[in-house]
Design a protein around this ligand. Structure first.
Ligand SMILES: [Zn+2]
Length: 212
């Protein structure tokens, strides 16, 4: 037990020197889900990432206001540690599957969403399930897809299909990232930040050669 704690601490110190192990997630509650439930879901997902050695800073964003154009309260920046999570009120018309959420792993790979009506329907028909732990698990699962830059699945919270037992385990914080998944999350976050720093440096270098 002590030994594990010591190793975990050492990993954190070593990682901190390379890059801050923190991500920021802008949450857009487009489904008008109860605020308390969203906060609890953020706590659940945040706990899973914390266990994996990554802190999550949550920013709750008001809905997108078309008239404001680029002047939104939550602005999207090129910060490689910034992610956008949408709690959607409707099922995406282009998707006929029954997924509870999805992640856009193309391009910047920083947008993911939950299909809130499916979460509500699932908990309404199954006792022992909780909207908040389910939403939090969807958040953690989809954000991990973004960090992995992959739609690949695995064990624990990254299973492709959750069973009745998994949903019950979520409510008791027994379904989370494996040690290997946690390590990959940290490695991918470090690489993501390093790659952004390199690109910024290249852009700056190019700009410097341009006549003023
Ligand atoms: Zn998935």
């Amino acid at each position: 037990m002590n030994n594990n704690g010591w190793i975990f601490g050492l990993v954190l110190v070593a990682s901190a020197a390379a890059a801050p192990m923190q991500i920021t997630v802008q949450v857009f509650n487009n489904a008008n889900a109860p605020q308390l439930e969203v906060r609890q879901a953020e706590r659940e997902a945040g706990w899973m990432f914390q266990e994996a050695g990554i802190a999550v800073r949550w920013i709750e964003c008001p809905p997108y206001v078309r008239e404001r154009g680029g002047d939104q309260v939550c602005k999207e920046t090129s910060d490689p540690g910034l992610f956008v999570f949408l709690i959607n009120a409707a099922e995406p018309p282009e998707r006929s599957d029954t997924a509870l959420g999805f992640a856009l792993t193309q391009g910047l790979s920083n947008h993911a969403a939950a299909v809130y009506p499916r979460i509500v329907a699932l908990t309404a028909h199954n006792s022992g399930y909780q909207d908040s732990s389910l939403l939090g698990s969807v958040m953690a699962h989809e954000l991990a897809h973004l960090l992995f830059h992959s739609t690949r699945h695995g064990e624990g919270i990254m299973k492709p299909v959750w069973s009745h037992r998994d949903y019950q385990a979520m409510a008791q914080r027994r379904l989370t990232f494996s040690a290997a998944q946690a390590q990959t999350l940290r490695t991918m976050l470090t690489a993501r930040v390093a790659s952004a720093v390199k690109q910024t440096g290249e852009t700056a270098a190019t700009a410097n050669t341009r006549p003023e």
